[in-house]
Design a binder for this molecule. Structure first.
Ligand code: ADP
Ligand code: MG
Length: 157
């Protein structure tokens, strides 16, 4: 996992701008994205904003109680996982399913993938979000795989 860039945003509006850039960058091929950060960091908020810029017109809600939400109304299918309730042992049990969601042409966002002890065996983007204050967040973008490295390089500026 290689860190490609960091950015500090000072408002939800700035997160929205970042999400728009991200949505435009992945529109062609989709992406498999793991989001990390404490409760309230903004994993769900970022996913919601990306979905909005992919023209998802369904209401995007946190999948923390249902494990997965899917949205099919946008430019590409969006699958939003929250593995928190599965806890460590549970993540292994859905690994095969998770791998199926890493197919091209879809966006898969996974919150709380760190419950998995095992390294996910797939190319992916990781986004670490750190709470700085009420409205400020630090986003760190990591990539595994050449295509994702290139994609994130294009977002740097
Ligand atoms: P998580 O999914 O990481 O637990 P949520 O996305 O549910 O976190 O909650 C993040 C909260 O922080 C939301 O209420 C969101 O509106 C708020 N927030 C404030 N400023 C920002 C920002 N710059 N970026 C993301 N979220 C922000
Ligand atoms: Mg969440």
């Amino acid at each position: 996992m290689e860190k490609i860039f960091s950015i500090t945003v000072n408002s939800l509006d700035e997160t929205n701008i970042l999400a728009e850039k991200f949505a435009n960058a992945i529109k062609g091929n989709g992406a498999f994205v793991c989001l990390y950060g404490d409760i309230g960091a903004g994993k769900t908020a970022f996913t919601k904003l990306v979905a909005k810029h992919l023209n998802v017109n369904e209401k995007v809600t946190s999948p923390s109680f249902v494990i997965i939400n899917e949205y099919l109304s946008g430019d590409l299918p969006v699958y939003h996982f929250d593995l928190y309730r599965l806890e460590k042992e549970g993540v292994i049990t859905i690994l095969d399913e998770l791998l199926e969601y890493s197919k091209p042409g879809v966006l898969t966002c996974v919150e709380w993938a760190e419950f998995s002890d095992i390294e996910l065996p797939l190319d992916r983007i990781e986004i670490k979000i750190e709470y700085l204050d009420d409205t400020s967040r630090k986003f760190d973008f990591y990539a595994q795989g050449e295509a994702y490295k290139k994609l994130l390089e294009g977002l740097k500026n």
